[in-house]
Design a protein around this ligand. Structure first.
Ligand code: SAM
Length: 431
């Protein structure tokens, strides 16, 4: 709705809740910040600050469009709380700045002295009193908020059944991100562990190794209870050897997990934690092992990952992943995709690429940004252009790099059209 008052959209975050943020609208930015701080600021450690603020012509419309576009990242459908990490923040801001109702970014002076914030009576002991540091909280919050989403059995089945059985023959499969295994209880096993256990003979596996992540040992959680489950067959039949090494957390970067990754595993399969995705990709790619993992669908336009696609160290698997399960086993929206370094023959989705001469691309799907770079959408790819052009993650997932095109820049490409920031892209060029 348009009013005479100025209208703003803001992203605000509480200092002790770094894994989420609130995205809202207001006519009075400073008043809104004070409201947050006087309502919820219970201790000197917890205070709200704006991460981003901007003026728009219709805040309700922009707020609604944010809700629709980022529904998967909302903590609850009826609250304005969104998951937060550096990558998501860039996505939120880039969406807002490229919205047609965006006017300009606002810079609010940070409070000089956060102690000036009004506090309500202190009801919870401070971090100091609890002997904790912000890092402890951050680690816990991150882990709980982001990472506890579980893969559905059917998604594992759908992807793995696309690969020829021969790739698994005599192989050691390693599921290394909380792929708990319990022979007597499917519900206590991850979908990865359960799938490979069920199909062990059919795939001709040599061994299945699953690790259970007990969490970081910290002040909340002082015992490492991670385990490693080895499943294999001997002449006496099935053997399940569950080992609980002392001080083993089950983390994928624990020395024992890395030893298995580097020395024993042939193929790594899992859905790694969102909060540690970048490190996970580095470890698994560096290991030189084959892998089949789930990660965010937009990684191909994210600077942290583009070089892996550019250097042909990873490419999309067959399927996207639209749902995960939360710890209560309820279905929750996801924006995942399979990624792998296992060859994909005759990628079915490459049929979705419309590789045609530039003149045959409809006008609405081709435009030039302020630096005269061609931006292409709608699944189209120009076949007769030698210069670089910018595309979204979708054509990368659909196999454009297997069709005679290459990524030419490891940094994400952010187009500006008439000064307005557009969606993140990646720059490609015909080889
Ligand atoms: C997205 S969930 C997927 C769980 C399971 N692999 C699945 O697919 O259902 C990521 C899991 O990784 C666990 N996790 C978090 N940090 C980890 C770490 N450093 N090493 C191994 N697992 C970790 C989380 O607790 C969470 O259960």
């Amino acid at each position: 709705m348009k009013t005479d008052k100025k209208q703003y959209i803001y992203i605000v975050q509480a200092s002790l809740e770094p894994s989420k943020c609130k995205i809202g609208k207001t006519n009075y930015l400073e008043r809104r910040l004070n409201e947050y701080n006087s309502m919820t600021g219970k201790s000197q450690e917890n205070f709200y600050k704006f991460l981003f603020t901007c003026e728009v012509t219709d805040m309700s419309q922009v707020e609604k469009d944010i809700k629709d576009s980022f529904s998967k990242f909302r903590e609850q459908k009826n609250r304005e709380i969104y998951f937060y990490n550096d990558d998501l923040f860039v996505d939120y801001v880039s969406f807002i700045k490229s919205h047609k109702l965006f006017i300009k970014e606002m810079f609010i002076k940070p409070e000089k002295n956060k102690k000036e914030v009004k506090f309500t009576q202190q009801t919870t002991p401070s971090l100091k009193e609890r002997g904790l540091t912000q890092k402890d909280l951050l680690e816990n919050a991150k882990r709980i908020k982001y990472d506890e989403f579980y893969t559905r059995y059917e998604d594992v089945e759908k992807e793995i059944s696309m690969y020829g059985k021969e790739i698994w023959k005599d192989k050691v499969v390693f599921c290394n991100c909380d792929d708990a295994f319990n022979k007597n209880n499917e519900k206590k096993s991850s979908a990865f562990a359960w799938y490979f256990y069920n199909h062990f003979k059919e795939l001709g596996l040599k061994k299945l190794i699953c690790t259970h992540f007990s969490g970081t040992v910290n002040l909340f959680h002082d015992v490492a209870e991670g385990y490693i489950a080895y499943i294999f067959y001997t002449t006496d039949g099935e053997k399940i050897d569950k080992q609980f090494p002392k001080n083993y957390t089950g983390s994928f970067d624990h020395p024992l997990s890395l030893k298995i990754l580097n020395e024993e595993a042939d193929i790594v399969c899992t859905n790694p934690p969102f909060s540690r995705m970048k490190e996970y990709w580095k470890f698994v790619i560096k290991s030189g092992k084959k892998f089949l993992i789930i990660s965010n669908i937009s990684n191909a336009v994210n600077t942290a990952y583009i070089h892996f696609f550019k250097n042909n160290q990873i490419w999309a698997g067959y399927n996207r992943v639209d749902y995960f399960q939360n710890p209560k086993r309820q279905l929750t929206d996801a924006s995942g995709h399979w990624y792998t370094n296992i060859p994909i023959e005759n990628r079915p989705k490459s049929k979705l690429l419309k590789i045609v001469p530039l003149k045959n691309i409809p006008e609405k799907y081709k435009k030039y940004d302020d630096s005269k770079t061609l931006i292409i959408d709608g699944g189209y790819i120009p076949s007769n252009i030698k210069k670089p052009f910018a595309i979204s993650a979708r054509p990368i997932l659909n196999g454009i790099l297997e069709k005679g095109y290459k990524i030419i820049q490891e940094k994400r490409y952010t187009p500006y059209i008439n000064g307005k920031e557009g969606f993140a892209r990646v720059l490609v060029q015909k080889i």
